[in-house]
Design a protein around this ligand. Sequence first.
Ligand SMILES: NC(=O)c1ccc[n+]([C@@H]2O[C@H](COP(=O)([O-])OP(=O)(O)OC[C@H]3O[C@@H](n4cnc5c(N)ncnc54)[C@H](O)[C@@H]3O)[C@@H](O)[C@H]2O)c1
Ligand SMILES: [Zn+2]
Length: 393
Amino acid sequence: MKAPIRASIPIRFEHQVHFTRGVFEPANPLLKDILKAGTTMPVADVLVAVDENVVASRPNLARSIQRYFAAHRSDCRLVCPPLLAAGGETVKNTSDAVNGIYSAIDRYGMCRHSYVIAIGGGALLDAIGFAAATAHRGMRHVRIPTTVLSQNDAGVGIKNGVNVFGKKNFVGTFSPPVAVINDFDMLTSLPDREKRAGYIEAIKVALIRDGNFFERIEADAERLRRFEPDAVEDLIYRCAEAHVRHIATSGDPFEMGSARPLDFGHWAAHKLEQLSNFRIHHGEAVAIGIALDVIYSHLAGFLAEEAAERILRLIEELGFDLWAPELDEEEGDGEPAVLLGLEEFREHLGGTLAVTLLKDIGAGFEVHEMDRALIKQAMKRLADRGRRKTTGS
Ligand SMILES: NC(=O)c1ccc[n+]([C@@H]2O[C@H](COP(=O)([O-])OP(=O)(O)OC[C@H]3O[C@@H](n4cnc5c(N)ncnc54)[C@H](O)[C@@H]3O)[C@@H](O)[C@H]2O)c1
Ligand SMILES: [Zn+2]
């Protein structure tokens, strides 16, 4: 028998997240400099896909993009006017947007050295990023996130994906973009509901990693409630930084192992989004998922009651509901439907369950099983709290 051939293949990625305003003001060189530096083409070919809800609320955006590329024609070239794609989870639930990108790449003869730029919320970035990562086995990609959640979490990571078989992110890749550009001006058109949804990912990283950050969010709670830009921008920056640091230093950027600390609260959240037919948005579902795992952490004896109460209070103070009617849904066997989320989470991780719980504010740790009876008890507490809030008693 011949000896096996082995080789190690070192790969290094530079990951850059920029912060700016007016990214498509012709005088702002950031985007064209990034495009120029990241390709071997003398003039970079660029396809732009935009979230249609962003365009609807910023009617001049498509024209500004075209003007920007016209002003920088010696460095980069738009192959066609910006393509619109559905915003929100719809874009991940159908193959329309992904196929639309593939066919434009084909029609305009774009190659691996050309760029696909995605502008929109986390859902659009996930779908367009997937198309960019798979066309020609991976094209150059730039993300311009337009929601709080995508600027501080979804858009600054290196994953993409679409939903298939009713399962979130069933198909997708790990594929670091050339750059992420957070333009704070994009947030001016974002509805308050969406701004709030993004706060929860910051609370999440604070809870598992950084007690000081949690205190800062508590101190800023009133300003965040009023959506004051300075407070929102500080929260985005600190949360984005924590995500990027995690990816760069955790030792497992492509999640080959089962540990997934940044998915704290997400096993129930993904299921709730799906059970609600995406009526409950990602961030809102994560708020409930975190509340559930915080109560569970307390009931299981890991987290002190005062700490649990302090966390729940902050989440409520920022305007989140901690309960949704979908928590009452049952399977044929009478078991809560949300518990299926745990099994799907296990499948998604690759067989070994790894759920992050809390020992303290700022101190997450991992468990490999959860007690169903205790989860049900935690759900009951959430339901009591939610109903108390609804009836005002
Ligand atoms: N890839 C990852 O690592 C990762 C991480 C976390 C979450 N996600 C995914 O991100 C998605 C959630 O992202 P999201 O919270 O940004 O929501 P979203 O993309 O669904 O956007 C929310 C809504 O706001 C609209 N919108 C976006 N920007 C706007 C703007 N500036 N003005 C007006 N309207 C605007 C969108 O069209 C949509 O209707 C989920 O699919 C989730 O699974 C991915
Ligand atoms: Zn999330």
